[in-house]
Design a protein. Structure first.
Length: 159
């Protein structure tokens, strides 16, 4: 029985390691006291080396039950070599029945929300992503962390 348990633990460990191998960047910024002021932005500097790969980009949100809305409006700006691209995102943190989405522990919930799927970077180098909220309140309560995750969509290079 002990050897069976060891095999299961090793297989689980290997599966976690293999999944993490496709992640190019994953980082959060902590929001002080879960109070996000309007106009305050969080920046992430990502080095992209391979422009042949297809990527999936996600917005990472950790919220708590002090967040008083169903959805979170964000502005995400992507800067590279003087080019600026801005997207407006509407992320739903509560479902239609009022239940929190994402994985939760006590009153905190982690969401990994796909922003761009099957995305290919035009150029290698340093890419800066800036996130700020677009909610109709000057101080947004209940968002603990905000971040970005970029992973290779598949292991094969697409032509």
């Amino acid at each position: 029985m002990k050897s069976y348990l060891k095999v299961v633990v090793i297989l689980i460990f290997i599966s976690f390691c293999s999944c993490a191998g496709n992640i190019v960047f994953s980082n959060y910024s902590q929001i002080d006291n879960s109070l996000w002021e309007k106009g305050e932005e969080y920046a992430f500097n990502v080095d992209i080396e391979d422009t042949q790969q297809v990527y999936e980009m996600s917005i990472l949100v950790r919220n708590n039950e002090d967040f008083a809305y169903q959805n979170l409006w964000l502005s995400v700006t992507h800067e590279h070599n003087g080019k600026i691209r801005q997207d407006t995102l509407n992320l739903f943190l509560l479902d239609e029945e009022g239940k929190w989405r994402g994985r939760g522990l006590r009153n905190t919930y982690d969401n990994n929300l796909i922003w761009r799927s099957y995305y290919r970077f035009d150029e290698a180098g340093s890419h800066i992503f800036r996130i700020q909220h677009l909610m109709r309140t000057d101080i947004l309560q209940g968002i603990e962390r905000i971040g970005i995750e970029i992973e290779i969509k598949n292991d094969k290079k697409n032509n």
